[in-house]
Design a protein. Sequence first.
Length: 226
Amino acid sequence: MGTAVLHVLEPDLKIDGITVMLLVVAAVPWLGELFRSIEVPGLGRIEFREIERRIEAVQRTANAALVGDGPEGGAVDDSAAWDMVKELAAEYVNVRLELSSGRARTRRMDQVFARLVRATQRVRDFDAGALLGSQDAGLRLAAYARLYVLPEPEVLDALVDAVTGEPLPFNQYWGLQAVGRGVEDVGAENVPFGVVRRLEDCRSRMRHAPDRVELIDRILEDLGER
């Protein structure tokens, strides 16, 4: 089942030995209780907590992708669509305030983000660039959701500025996902060199944030291939 989902989401993905290992660990979570780490040829020793974290990251992205298609027939009434975006942005802020930090809150916020991915596509003239500078965390997340599913090359530079200065880890995580999508869309050779410098500077300030560090490393690796 897991390989089938991965094939739908990433048809060009090569299923190698490491991927199979990750799927096995995901399917049989109690293996983590028996072994603290595993030796992988060519990669050395990998801690099971690291494997678990990578699986969680894949699941989060997959969940957002599964609801990523916009409504059939294009955008709907802008007023109603925008009202829905604002409601979801407010719901996100409320979840942050009402729940303590932890997996339960992250799961709820991921659900809101997934709904924002769909809702923002319903707004015909969505101004993501303007919302990137909003003081409202929910509206900034809405901008990240829109750019995650519908990259805008002309907004990439502003997106990187917003993400590297983003004070909320959850927002920054999805903002970085949007940056990655933007880089893929515009092509690494067309990305300004200043973007690389800002991402490297942001990474140097990261403390105890392996999920976001991994995202930045992945983007920088793509940019290094130009």
